[in-house]
Design a protein around this ligand. Structure first.
Ligand SMILES: [Zn+2]
Length: 452
């Protein structure tokens, strides 16, 4: 006798499901059942059609289903610099001639963060770690658009004007203000919407924070219990400043202050010698690898060496875009240039952009694969796109040929937040117009005449 069908909230079908689970299960003509924001069944569509009576369905004909992508380091308000910073510099905080972070007001940060969050969803990123000034604006943008986010403030006590001028001058008042901003963010937003929005601490970089400020962050982050997010060994200027101040390398300083551990997610990790790499590996920290940004700055990070030494590698887009699929193939190509060999394959970098990112953020049991018990964060790609053919093993064409533009529908926490490439919870056109308006004013202040 067949069991009675059970009710569920949503049944999503697809021509193909790449589960990215531990066995890399691929299901042809599959379906996913969702109840209470959670995946309750994954399998052949025929079988699930008999087992479940859904309240709503998404017909996934001509669709490939993959888990929502996990982007472990981003600054949505820095969308302001895109398409311009590439001419002028590398890391915005150290670069003169662009709108500086301290020029933005809260409304600017909110308008630009909405643009960044929109782009992330449009490209299939369902989880993002985002930190900048006015972090509550970023949390608000993520909450409103339906993104799963870890948000932090940009904690530093180096005076931004001095950094853009090539100097490191520290101000206690700036440090205290940025600590206050991060603390207020945590108070207001941590745990919002059933934990969809989480908050952490983010000291900007070891050279933009004094030793005292880093010690204070360590204390606060230990009490809070989440990750610590930072930039590490990003620039020669950072190494020189730390050397002059402490006689150490950036990883040595972080280690001395107790911050180099498995809770640390550090972007870049470019300028590291063998000793630094071994130290980071032993600490089991996570490298937030930003291949697109690194390449645009003419740099390659030693991520294979860091992985070999024991560090976890996860992926991010940092300042430049929200398309993590593009970042995956840049990661592969750059390491093949660096090592003059075939050192990476699509399955590994897909893992970095999903499971590894989820693990790093302490969400390994929640997101990063399509499995029973995980959150229903699902991306549907349109497989009528010419870039997704021919499908042979699925992974190769996805990483080497697809892009965020092939994303049709995005589900976060069992809720459709993007459909037919359009946001469902906000007006995408208005978001772009408002971000352009904010950018026009800020770039005019930097001496440019925007055409948008
Ligand atoms: Zn960054």
């Amino acid at each position: 006798m067949t069991a009675e069908p059970k009710p569920c909230d949503l049944l999503v079908s697809g021509d193909l499901i790449l589960t990215l689970d531990a066995d890399h299960r691929i299901i042809k003509s599959g379906a996913i059942a969702v109840t209470d924001k959670t995946i309750v069944d994954v399998g052949p569509a025929d079988a699930l059609g008999v087992k479940w009576t859904p309240a709503a369905t998404i017909d996934g004909r001509n669709r490939i289903l993959i888990p929502g992508l996990v982007n472990v380091h981003n600054h949505t308000p820095l969308m302001i610099t895109r398409g311009m910073i590439e001419y002028i510099g590398f890391a915005p905080m150290y670069t003169p001639g662009i709108p500086q972070g301290h020029w933005l007001n809260e409304d600017d940060a909110y308008a630009l963060s909405r643009l960044g969050m929109y782009e992330l969803l449009r490209a299939g990123c369902t989880t993002v770690m985002d930190f900048y000034r006015y972090p509550s604006s970023c949390a608000r943008a993520a909450a409103e658009l339906g993104v799963r986010a870890v948000i932090a403030g940009r904690v530093h006590d180096a005076e931004p004007g001095s950094l853009a001028g090539g100097r490191h001058e520290y101000s206690r008042a700036i440090g205290e203000a940025s600590l206050k901003e991060n603390a207020e963010l945590i108070e207001r937003w941590n745990g919002h919407d059933g934990g969809r929005i989480r908050c952490d601490w983010a000291p900007h970089a070891p050279d933009t924070c004094s030793d005292d400020l880093l010690r204070e962050v360590k204390k606060l982050a230990d009490a809070h219990g989440g990750n610590v997010h930072t930039h590490l060994s990003q620039l020669p200027a950072e190494l020189e400043a730390i050397k002059a101040r402490t006689g150490l390398t950036p990883p040595q300083l972080m280690d001395k202050l107790g911050l180099l551990n498995d809770k640390l997610i550090a972007a870049h990790c470019i300028h590291m010698d063998r000793h630094d790499i071994e130290l980071c590996g032993k600490a089991k920290m996570t490298v937030a690898h930003a291949p697109i940004g690194n390449a645009k700055g003419g740099r390659i990070a030693p991520i294979m060496e860091l992985q070999e030494a024991g560090a976890r590698i996860a992926l991010c887009t940092d300042t430049f875009s929200g398309d993590l699929i593009e970042a995956m193939r840049w990661a592969i190509s750059m390491q093949r240039i660096h090592h003059q060999g075939n050192v990476l394959d699509p399955k590994i970098v897909l893992g970095w952009g999903t499971r590894e990112g989820a693990q790093a953020l302490g969400m390994g049991d929640q997101v990063g694969s399509l499995e029973v018990g995980k959150k229903a964060d699902i991306v549907l790609l349109d497989n009528r796109s010419p870039t997704l053919a021919p499908l042979i093993d699925g992974y190769g064409v996805l990483v080497h040929s697809a892009s965020g533009h092939d994303v049709d529908t995005v589900i976060v926490d069992g809720r459709v937040v993007l459909s037919g490439g359009r946001l469902t919870l906000a007006d995408g056109d208005a978001i772009i117009a408002n971000a352009q308006k904010a950018a026009n004013v800020l770039w005019q202040r930097a001496g440019r005449q925007p055409i948008g």
